[in-house]
Design a protein around this ligand. Structure first.
Ligand code: MN
Length: 485
């Protein structure tokens, strides 16, 4: 599935790299003891360090180091036992230090990989360049006062993990798949809540284009701070199209930072791009390099959960699911756990079908997440069990399922109360079959005369007469025996 932009001079390929700022789940900020909770009142989560009062000294939060290592392990990345915090100098009102403490030459995590699950069931690996730790900045607020800007420093100093991909992404769809997979990994690990609306995951998107088949890397543009998967995909599309036009007009794309405006569906120039040397990076003299040993890494490794890729492999190889179904089920940890509970001792494929079609559809209508599902995992498993042991047909199971959605009752109880048990007693079915044949002599003659398609009509009549409870296989067999045998 190659994504190409058709220009006037030919086809163009898009080259994309993503820088994701993920807020680490920690007890406190990166260098201060102030809490990092979302939703506090303005400037409630601010210590003297975050406000950059003279003489304050930063102290590294060990939990932030652990979370970065944990994330690095989840990205199958090299962990650097030696890393350095550096000052990245720039002036913003919401960054009172006058510099951001970040990592530059020696990040805590090196190269890794994220495997994309694409919509056709295939996978593709995207390289991770690095993960480094840095402080978040505060927020300037311009709409509270006509003359003054306000500053909220709650976010200042909050722990960010900047995860930089290699320029391996080739389409908006892949960029979306990358963000979803990265978010799933972070959530499984418990290192970031992945909540893009609350700003705990933001993406900077680097986009360039080149003629199809070329392997050069042309000037890239950085689209800053895009805050949803959908907007990232849209931003890439419009930015890539803009660049193709620029090149085809004989102009040059300039390296710059742009903003995506989702209302207008366009990107706008924000500032010409700084280069790394503009920031005058240098090792922060207030902080020693971070050093840890293999034991530290091993201790963290021992606490890692089963991650989406391993789970997916197990769902495919041990439980017989398709790659697509397995990918859908592992995308969310809670969904995967629900599925495993429901599938215990049942046919996994049938359970997966009920989950991805019936339950997902119903939850979408109810606007509920799987955690709030009126049908519990155990009950869904029981429903599949009732189909497997032929207590009910698949058709009746759909009615039972509707009732489960409304009442949260156990399927066995619903079947009992409503008398929905499938009739498998041959004598009882035979009586209905005889009756239907006797009531419809003309159609019966048609079948006997060789039109065996009409047998389907008879099956329908018998099922109707039994209120859907007769075993359809038995009905078919009896009709054939009586009319054609
Ligand atoms: Mn950054």
């Amino acid at each position: 599935m190659t994504y190409l932009i058709q220009g006037e001079t030919g086809d163009w390929e898009v080259v994309i790299g993503l820088e994701v700022h993920a807020q680490a789940i920690t007890n406190a900020k990166l260098f201060s003891g102030a809490p990092a909770t979302f939703g506090a009142g303005p400037n409630e989560n601010v210590s003297l360090i975050d406000a950059a009062m003279p003489g304050m000294l930063p102290v590294i939060n060990e939990m932030a180091i652990e979370q970065a290592v944990r994330t690095g392990l989840g990205l199958r990345a090299a962990i650097n036992k030696y890393s350095v915090f550096e000052r990245k100098n720039y002036f913003y009102a919401d960054l009172p230090q006058g510099y951001q403490i970040s990592q530059y030459l020696h990040p805590i995590v090196g190269e890794g990989v994220v495997t994309l699950d694409l919509s056709d069931g295939s996978t593709r690996d995207v390289g991770i360049e690095r993960l480094h730790l840095e402080q978040d900045a505060g927020k300037s607020i311009h709409d509270q006062d006509p003359k003054r800007s306000m500053i909220d420093l709650n976010r200042a100093g909050v722990v960010l993990m900047e995860i930089v991909s290699k320029p391996d992404i080739r389409s908006p769809e892949e960029a979306g798949a990358y963000l979803k997979k990265l978010r799933a990994i972070l959530r499984y690990l418990g290192t970031c809540d992945g909540n893009m609306e609350e700003g705990s995951m933001r993406a900077d998107v680097n986009v360039s284009v080149r003629p199809k088949g070329a392997d050069e890397l042309r000037t890239r543009v950085e689209v800053k701070n895009v805050n949803s998967v959908r907007f990232v995909m849209q931003a890439i599309e419009v930015e890539a199209e803009r660049q193709v036009e620029v090149w085809e007009d004989g102009d040059e794309v300039v390296q710059e930072t742009r903003l995506f405006d989702p209302n207008k569906g366009e990107t706008r120039a924000m500032r010409t791009k700084e280069f790394a040397h503009d920031y005058r990076y240098f090792p922060d003299p207030d902080l020693l390099p971070v050093r840890f040993d293999d034991d530290f890494i091993e201790r963290i490794k021992a606490t890692l959960p089963e991650l989406p890729d391993d789970k997916k492999d197990r769902f495919i190889n041990d439980m017989g699911l398709s790659a697509y179904d397995a990918g859908v089920l592992v995308a969310d940890r809670e969904t995967a756990a629900y599925f495993e509970d429901a599938a215990k001792g049942r046919d996994a494929k049938t359970v997966a079908n009920w989950l991805t079609t019936n339950l997902f559809g119903a939850l979408k209508k109810l606007d509920k997440g799987i955690g709030e599902s009126p049908v519990s995992a155990i009950h869904l498993g029981e429903l599949v069990g009732l189909i497997e042991d032929e207590t009910i047909s698949t058709k009746i199971a759909k009615d039972v399922f509707e009732e489960m959605l409304k009442t949260s009752k156990a399927p066995g109880d619903i079947v009992e109360e409503k008398g929905l048990k499938q009739i498998t007693d041959t004598g009882a079915i035979e009586a209905i079959v005889d009756q239907v044949i006797a009531d419809n002599p003309e159609q019966a003659d048609e079948v006997r005369g060789g039109n065996d398609k009409a047998i389907g009509w008879f099956v329908g009549q018998v099922m109707k007469a039994s209120q859907g409870k007769a075993n359809p296989g038995q009905v078919n067999g009896l009709l054939r025996a009586k009319l054609l045998g």
